[in-house]
Design a protein around this ligand. Structure first.
Ligand code: ZN
Length: 663
């Protein structure tokens, strides 16, 4: 899902506040230089996932009635260790059936539950049958569509006439009818534009213990499924252009209808789009056939989105393993339905942004790279998006910010009016606002508002990982996430897989820091709490020398050297190694490294120039730092010249412009 979608109602205000807060900020220093070691790009895996749920389907679109008639088969294998007595199917179009659905009942405010579709959507299963030997069982006759205490119809239970044993593979025949809603968020129609996602009866993911991971449709979590092979024949009017998961292996026009067969293995979902207004551009990028489908007048944006993929395909391949599919389709929905934009499906993503988006505002690039990143975190890794959303949206937001910065530098979010804003800094601004409210690592439905979900899952996870990248170095972080990616591919990873990869590559302390940051609302604030600087003088007072008592005044006999100390405090429950920069009156600077483990450190100095200022974390590596205004302090003139112990503060951002205080 788009980084702008999770809390759409607030994203405009947040972006504006962010722009205002940073509009006078100097350009942040570049992240820590890469360490000398060779980056360990994940090898290209040749493995394939076990096919657990494979579908062969035929879908016929009536674009006037906005209906899809579907027929087909599901071949399913019980890969658990237990016999299975029931099946669970997700019927997610029913989320848009009425206001009693789980989706429509979501609390108003931050969530999208307040939106009322102007035309409702449904999926009606007509038949689910199982021919077992000589007997055909009509399974749908016994379906439990909803629970007695919950009228939601998106999570259906189907009892079985006999157990399906571990290792047994069975095939079910299905017939169903969809009525697409007016686009509510991801799926539906607008005029003759049709975005068809969550459109077929989809079996829930089976877990090792024989339990199905099934969920009612919740707008912040819908994807968690088993891999399989999809063979889908789409049937639309001849004038329509199709886009779908997987390559078109057959295409023909007959009787005024366009019929395309799309086949794709090693995926866990299938989505498609059909519109008689699509413009089309196709280009081969890094061996992948990339197709842009977009509305008339959007040629510039299509070019920007393709340019994004020219960077992103090789970049993500290096970091997270090769993109294993031969096609990728970028769907830019018409301007009337921006809600259909910013979504991810296997080999098909929807992008967004108005046609007039200025070149200095990089939302088209950012949404494209974000949705493409999901091909890894949602697609290839296929973590449980409902229970651990940070493993998908969070890691993906980090990857997006990392990629955008690598590609577009400091202005990776915006470069306009002499202002450069970075995507990572945008995530930090948003994520740090709610760091003490709720944990990052919690299920999607447990967040109190969509704003919290967006800030913590997208913003905070990205900021935690970006802080680790800046602290440990680019190559170390590449190795860590490369290891995670290699282990996670096709394996439905869990939080321990991420923590394990971080521990193996960055060490125990880094893994523990990550755990506390994600699971315990960990936070950190480095502060310069005290600064002292004074000339070195001989001891003052009364001295008995050679039989005489001499008075040495306190202000005499300066030797031209200065000494003092700086006290830096680490507040909060997280710790990172950090640097402290001392700026002296003669313009010289000295950096001290602090391991950041203790709660504070007193750093003494001795030199030929008085201390003028102190800055903790001068390269802004600790993007998690809660309060930048206390990262900087100057020693007042009295302190520099004499015995003053008074701390003078300046704001961080003014202070970062060290030219203003250096001679
Ligand atoms: Zn997303």
């Amino acid at each position: 899902m788009s980084p702008f979608c999770a809390s759409r109602r607030h994203s405009g205000a947040v972006l504006l506040a962010f722009v205002l807060a940073l509009s006078c900020a100097p350009t942040l220093p570049a992240p820590q230089a890469a360490d000398a070691e060779r980056p360990a790009a994940p090898a290209t895996p040749t493995e394939h996932p076990e096919h657990v749920a494979s579908y062969t389907m035929r879908a016929k679109l009536d674009p006037a009635l906005h209906t899809v008639h579907g027929e087909g088969t599901l071949t399913w294998k019980n890969v658990s260790h237990s016999p299975v007595r029931e099946l669970w199917f997700h019927l997610y179009l029913n989320a848009f059936k009425n206001q009693s659905s789980n989706f429509m009942r979501a609390p108003i405010g931050g969530f999208r539950g307040a939106i009322v579709p102007t035309d409702w959507g449904t999926i009606d299963v007509k038949k689910l049958s199982w021919t077992d030997g000589a007997t055909t069982h009509e399974l749908w006759d016994a379906v439990e569509l909803s629970r007695p205490d919950d009228p939601d119809e998106t999570d259906a239970r189907v009892p079985l006439p006999r157990e399906i044993a571990p290792g047994e593979t069975v095939t079910f025949a299905m017939v169903w009818d969809d009525k697409l809603p007016q686009v509510v968020e991801r799926t539906g129609y607008d005029g003759s534009f049709h975005m068809v996602g969550q459109w077929f009866p989809k079996i829930a993911k089976i877990e090792d213990d024989g339990r199905f991971a099934h969920f009612p449709f919740h707008h912040l979590g819908e994807f968690y499924a088993d891999f399989g092979a999809y063979d889908v024949t789409l049937d639309v009017p001849e004038s329509f252009t199709l886009g779908a998961t997987g390559p078109a292996t057959e295409s023909k026009v007959e009787g005024g209808r366009r019929v395309e067969r799309h086949v794709q293995a090693d995926v866990h979902d299938f989505a498609w789009t059909a519109w008689d207004g699509f413009q089309k551009r196709t280009e081969t990028i890094a061996g992948v056939t990339v197709t842009a489908l977009y509305p008339p007048g959007y040629d510039d944006l299509a070019e920007r989105e393709l340019a994004t993929m020219r960077f992103a395909l090789p970049h993500y391949g290096e970091r997270y393993g090769a993109y294993p599919y031969t096609v990728l389709t970028l769907v830019h929905p018409p301007a009337t339905v921006p809600e259909a934009g910013g979504m991810e499906y296997p080999t098909l993503i929807t992008t967004g942004s108005p046609s007039w988006t200025p070149r200095g505002l990089l939302t088209p690039e950012l949404v494209t790279i974000h949705e493409f990143g999901h091909q890894y975190f949602y697609g290839l890794f296929a973590s449980d998006e409902v229970t651990w959303p940070f493993l998908d949206e969070g890691l993906n937001s980090y990857a997006e910010a990392e990629a955008m910065a690598k590609w577009r530098g400091a202005g990776s979010l915006m470069r306009m009016f002499d202002i450069e804003l970075g995507d990572a800094e945008g995530h930090a601004f948003r994520g740090n606002m709610f760091s003490k409210d709720e944990k990052v690592a919690q299920p999607a439905y447990a967040f109190t508002t969509g704003t919290h979900y967006g800030a913590l899952v997208y913003g905070r996870t990205s900021t935690i990982l970006e802080t680790m990248r800046r602290v440990h170095g680019d190559d170390a972080m590449r190795r860590a996430l490369g290891t995670y990616a290699k282990r996670a591919r096709f394996r439905h990873p869990r939080p321990d897989d991420l923590l394990g990869a971080i521990k193996d590559e960055l060490g125990e302390r880094a893994a523990e820091t990550l755990r506390v940051a994600l699971m315990e609302k960990g936070w950190v604030d480095y502060a310069v709490t005290s600064v002292a600087s004074a000339p070195v003088r001989p001891p003052a007072g009364l001295f008995d020398r050679g039989g005489k008592r001499e008075t040495v005044p306190a202000d005499s006999g300066a030797k031209g050297t200065f000494e003092g100390w700086v006290l830096v405090t680490r507040r909060g429950t997280l710790s990172f190694p950090v640097e402290v920069e001392l700026v002296f009156a003669d313009g010289s600077r000295k950096r001290e490294a602090w391991d950041g483990i203790a709660e504070s450190v007193r750093l003494p100095f001795h030199g030929t120039s008085p201390l003028r200022a102190v800055l903790v974390d001068p390269d802004a590596r600790i993007l998690l730092d809660e309060d930048r205004t206390n990262d900087f302090a100057t020693a007042p003139k009295a302190s520099r010249a004499g015995a003053g112990r008074v701390l003078e503060r300046a704001t961080y951002w003014a202070g970062l412009a060290l030219g203003a205080i250096a001679p």
